[in-house]
Design a protein around this ligand. Sequence first.
Ligand SMILES: [Zn+2]
Length: 603
Amino acid sequence: MRPRTFGLAVSLFLACACTRTTSSDTAPTAADAKKFIDDVNATTLKLATEASQAGWVAETYITGDTSALNARANQRFIDTLARYAKDAVRFDHTDVPPDLRRSLDLLKVALVMATPSDPREGEELTSIAANLDAAYGKGKWCEDPKKPESCLDINQITEIMRVSRDEKKLRQVWEGWHTISPSMRKDYARFVDLSNKGAKELGFPDTGAMWRSKYDMPADAFTKELDRLWDQVRPLYLKLHAYVRMKLREKYGDVVPANGPIPAHLLGNIWAQDWTNVYPLVAPKNSDPGYDLTAILKNRKLTPVDMVKTGERFYTSLGFSPLPQTFWERSMLVKPRDRDVVCHASAWDVDNVEDLRIKMCIEPTDEDFRTIHHELGHNFYQRSYKDLPMLFRDSANDGFHEAIGDTIALSVTPEYLVKIGMIEKAPDSSRDIGLLMQRALEKIAFLPFGLLIDQWRWKVFSGEVKPDDYNKSWWDLRLKYQGVAPVAARSEEFFDPGAKYHVPGNVPYTRYFLADILQFQFHRALSQTAGCTSMLHRCSIYQSADAGKKLNDMLSMGLSQPWPEALTKIAGTKQMDASAILDYFKPLDTWLDEQIKGKPVGW
Ligand SMILES: [Zn+2]
């Protein structure tokens, strides 16, 4: 992931009750617009850099002071951006060149929440947004409210969901976590009203439409695009769902229906968005790959720096320049002994030019090795677009940044490990089903969830779903897309969407769905460029200068052009295409067909 303060993709709420600047009598000219955008680029570069510096210190040296400084720097950046976004409306009818128009449009959608001009409403919205975020952050479930030691936060809940196989316990914990959110319901409804008001002032019908307008196509067309992509992958999801349901039924008995939805508490994750943790229950026989990268990293005593140098060599093998010396001086690669830090891996570009860094508490594990390749993807992307104006220093759409890191991680194949001398010989393909199953439990299982969060929110923002139906519509969508259901009815006394951070935190979610789709499309296209003729899941673009050139051609465009233009540079098409996922998982798809032969599919 990337830190929140990076670039202009700010996922924080805005906190100003800004008023529109007074307009003069004469209509603004293109020269006025140019001057305005130049000012925006210069000022946001300065403020974003200050915010990143504060953010870096806050996350690598956690104290009350550093977090206060960070909040202040963030607020300054967000307030300024909000003011600029409202000012940009002034040029709505000015005839300007395309790059200026694009800059003005991007500015208006740079923030995810628009505050109404009315100062009182603006302040109310800001405080509700902060309260919702805080309510989630403080969320705890206490088995015995009189005993504080019985209280569980989301990390402890996550761990129980990961390891427990006790159906009753899982159900209790699942229901427990969902008690944190009913109190958010009223605030959320008010939040929707007020943020819609702000969006209208910027010229959008509602907040959901404002979010969708980030994607260089009409909002409705974008919705249809998502449906089309989902239809492509749905048959594979149904097979995975049927197989996992069958195996869970073997484990848990009748609580898992033979042909209905899977109970939401049995998939190893509180939101059932990632099923990797149930792998031991569904693992195919004889699918051990025959090597253990974690053990190899440990035996060879590879240091965190060694591991990152190995990741860097992947990128230099594609033709990218090595990381700057400052990367090695300023990154945090090891968990410090003497202070609290945020260990969650992230990639930074502190000065928005070349002050690239990674913040990670690296352990010698297979997972961390892969994550390093992912995080460096962000860094190389960041550096590729450093020469563009600040408003364009971001990925082609918000799905692209995550997709690039993951694309590279898909190239961490057994063949790649052979080439870099980690293993002697790649296992034969009969061993691949286990690896593909693990990856499917992560990436295929996620797709419907990645889609439905914003399906729900867009309906809420547009008014199609009213507060009286918040919970019903949530579970309708979870059933429709995921085939997942609660074991007992969830009436409107609950507010289950609030138990997922991105709803009270107001972070758009479609980007994760897009990233999941795009990474396979990128991987297939780049593998073809690299001349890979083996099965797609065994292709690595390591050492391919041709693939590297295509990749860099796209990365260096940043956000300067509509994303279909960027997509074309790699994939040779302007359309997103989920068929690469099907290619990648072909052997698993065939294997699943055999496993579920004669068994019910769907719900
Ligand atoms: Zn990432």
